[in-house]
Design a protein around this ligand. Structure first.
Ligand code: SF4
Length: 670
């Protein structure tokens, strides 16, 4: 793969080191954690207070919005007072949209300036027009003239620039030529990079943010490939925009950021949450630590390159065959990934069945229960399910011969799960024969190397309904995601389209909030990343401590990756100095009223300057229009202007109803 050294282990991408004041980013520096203040920048005391609070919880780079020249001037006082408070070592960054004049003021006072190439010196008119090559060149020349003063001044002062592209706010020029695509995002940044390079200025960092992790992942990969073609090696700032809050916000960020970090891309990260900024830092820290613990040296790569035949720049779900699981469930190309949960010993089943397979869980019941079977006799006492299916994880010492007729009473489509090593060809053949004879499904738990060693046997049993999984995907030479990618490649080579079951089996139980966060991040890295690569037909997050919460977490990871939508999708900006209402309470209030709307995407954005552009593909938007006033959107079109905020919730619901997207919430019956 040209965007990374390996898709199977984490080899860090070599980059230029960039110094933001005294903080190095890229090169051999660790992954840096950053965040942003949300106060009005001209309220210097409030912005200083937030900056100090962020620094005290470990934020290494702090961004402050500079929406106009007056706000940019305030950065001088903020910098001075921040230094006096003992934080001179922490760089400040000005966030600029639209106004070169604000950028030129800000660069005098802070160590880094972020510009959005979609709107720097470009007024967005959403104009549809054909740009001839000559028109386009004229536009680039205009851009060169507008951006060059900032580049030159940054070079003189030793400042850093971030070219921060957002999926939702590309320029009309880019939209008309490349569309709203990862390629458009990349081209947008390259235009600015080339201007920097033309002035021999290289202190630049890049970002390619989107609220959709798949788009964001593809855009960063493409950017790295395109930069390498032009011999550019700038560091990357990773982030998912408008991720929202709570579990969903953390999951979306971890999927996008984690997936790229596993491939060795990313030098500084921001986890954007619609919560107080200080809550972003522990999440970002945990993500960075997990990624850095997996860095391996490039000389540990195998001599022969490992192949992976997917197109990493375009999402395609891996093709699979359809298989019946139990009486009523199917896995396959037209079905969303199925949700499994660990039930433990057969004795636990009676207590778990009503909780986990209950239709009262509406759209989020567990569909498969994993039961550990220690002896063949336990097979005779299993209940017949009225919904879902059983996965019977057989102890390694149980041979196929011992199963005999003990499996005869099982519902057709029940899954037998057994682990096979490279030397288990005979056992595998015998298990497959039992599965075929009793209309059962065989789940083969094997490392990719074992799959390769067993390929002749697997080729001979392809008429058996098969699933593939890896229970211990973390090998010494790579990461779990790499293990599954190798598995998918091994199956591709074998000509098998058997479904793949992603198992999150790390030891952490979800007993405390810290262990829950760890499980959430692991699952988002592994499952979310694989789903964004098109791999994964069944998913389990396995813990015996709280299977109901694990089930909900699985649905949330599927939703975060866009693989299975079970509730309203919220796109909420993290808020900043432009925000016109309390985003956190508004998001929570709107979620309480609309969270049950499966398949509806709602955006809650703090201002009209960037909000509408950043809402991406939301169905409805609730956007701050003026203090105390809200604008409501259907798609990208504003349909109600400046309505009083007290009426806005009811009007939003009326709008959803008018567009036929409303359903009444089901009464709580659990
Ligand atoms: S959309 Fe939100 S985060 Fe973005 S500029 Fe407006 S208020 Fe700030």
């Amino acid at each position: 793969m040209s965007y990374c050294a390996s898709r199977f282990r984490t080899v860090r991408r070599p980059t230029l080191a960039v110094n933001i004041g005294s903080v190095g980013v890229g090169g051999n520096h660790p992954i840096r954690i950053q965040s942003m203040t949300t106060s009005d920048t001209q309220d210097v005391a409030a912005t200083l207070k937030q900056s100090i609070a962020l620094a005290e919880v470990g934020c290494e780079i702090i961004r402050i919005t500079a929406p106009n020249v007056a706000a940019a001037k305030c950065l001088q006082q903020i910098r001075t007072q921040f230094n006096a408070a003992g934080f001179g070592h922490i760089p400040l960054v000005a966030d600029i949209h639209f106004l070169p004049s604000a950028a030129m003021e800000a660069v005098e006072h802070v160590e880094k300036v972020r510009v959005n190439p979609g709107n720097y010196a470009d007024k967005k008119k959403f104009a549809v027009r054909e740009y001839s090559d000559a028109d386009y060149d004229a536009e680039l020349e205009r851009l060169h003239d507008a951006f060059s003063p900032l580049v030159k001044r940054s070079r003189e002062l030793g400042r850093v620039l971030r070219i921060g592209t957002n999926h939702g706010s590309l320029s009309d020029r880019i939209m008309n030529r490349y569309g709203d695509t990862p390629l458009g995002m990349v081209e947008s940044a390259l235009e600015f990079l080339r201007i920097g390079a033309a002035h021999s200025y290289h202190q630049m960092i890049l970002s390619m943010k989107s609220s959709n992790p798949k788009v964001m992942i593809q855009a960063y990969r493409l950017l790295v490939e395109r930069m390498a073609q032009e011999d550019m090696h700038y560091p990357l700032h990773l982030g998912v925009t408008e991720a929202g809050d709570g579990e969903d916000g953390r999951i979306k960020s971890a999927i996008g950021i984690g997936s790229l970090l596993l491939d060795g891309l990313g030098d500084t990260i921001r986890v954007s949450l619609t919560e107080d900024s200080v809550y972003e830092i522990p999440v970002a820290r945990a993500i960075a630590d997990k990624a850095m613990s997996r860095w391996s040296a490039s000389d540990s790569l195998p001599v022969a390159p490992e192949s992976d035949d997917i197109d990493p720049y375009q999402f395609t779900r891996r093709p699979t065959v359809e298989i019946k699981l139990g009486g009523q469930c199917t896995v396959g190309p037209k079905q969303p990934p199925r949700v499994l949960v660990r039930a433990g010993q057969p004795g636990n089943l009676a207590a778990l069945l009503p909780v986990l397979l209950s239709p009262k869980l509406k759209d989020t019941p567990a569909e498969g229960l994993i039961v550990s079977i220690a002896t063949p006799d336990e097979l005779g006492v299993l209940p017949v399910l009225s919904a879902g299916f059983l996965v019977l994880e057989l102890a390694p010492e149980i041979s196929a011969a011992e199963l005999g007729n003990k499996v005869a009473s099982l519902t057709p489509g029940t899954v037998l799960l057994q682990r096979f090593s490279a030397a288990d060809a005979e056992s595998l053949e015998a298990y497959a024969a039992v599965a075929r004879a009793h209309q059962l499904v065989l789940a083969i738990d094997a490392e990719p190397a074992a799959i390769l060693a067993l390929r002749a046997t697997i080729a001979a049993i392809l008429d058996t309904p098969l699933l593939f999984t890896i229970s211990r995907a973390v090998s010494t030479s790579g990461h779990a995601t790499g293990g599954y990618r190798q598995l998918a490649q091994a199956l591709r080579n074998l000509g098998s389209n058997a479904p793949i079951w992603i198992r999150n089996t790390t030891a952490s139980a979800i007993r405390t909030e810290t262990s829950f966060l760890s499980k959430l991040l692991e699952a988002s890295f592994l499952t979310g990343g694989l789903l964004c690569d098109g791999i994964g037909d069944l998913v389990s997050i396995e813990t015996e401590a709280d299977p109901a919460r694990a089930t909900q977490l699985t649905y949330n990871v599927l939703q975060g990756a866009g693989a299975r939508i079970s509730k309203t999708e919220f796109v909420a900006c993290p808020s900043c100095g432009r925000t016109l209402f309390d985003l956190q309470t508004t998001t929570q209030r709107i979620r309480a009223q609309t969270g049950h709307l499966k398949g509806v995407k709602l955006a809650i954005m703090g201002c009209i300057v960037n909000g509408p552009g950043e809402m991406a593909d939301a169905d409805f938007g609730y956007v701050g229009g003026a203090p105390g006033k809200i604008n409501l959107y259907v798609g990208k079109n504003c349909v109600q202007y400046n309505i009083p905020q007290v009426e806005a919730d009811a009007r939003l619901i009326a709008l959803i109803k008018a567009h036929g997207k409303w359903t009444d919430p089901e009464p709580e019956t659990l």
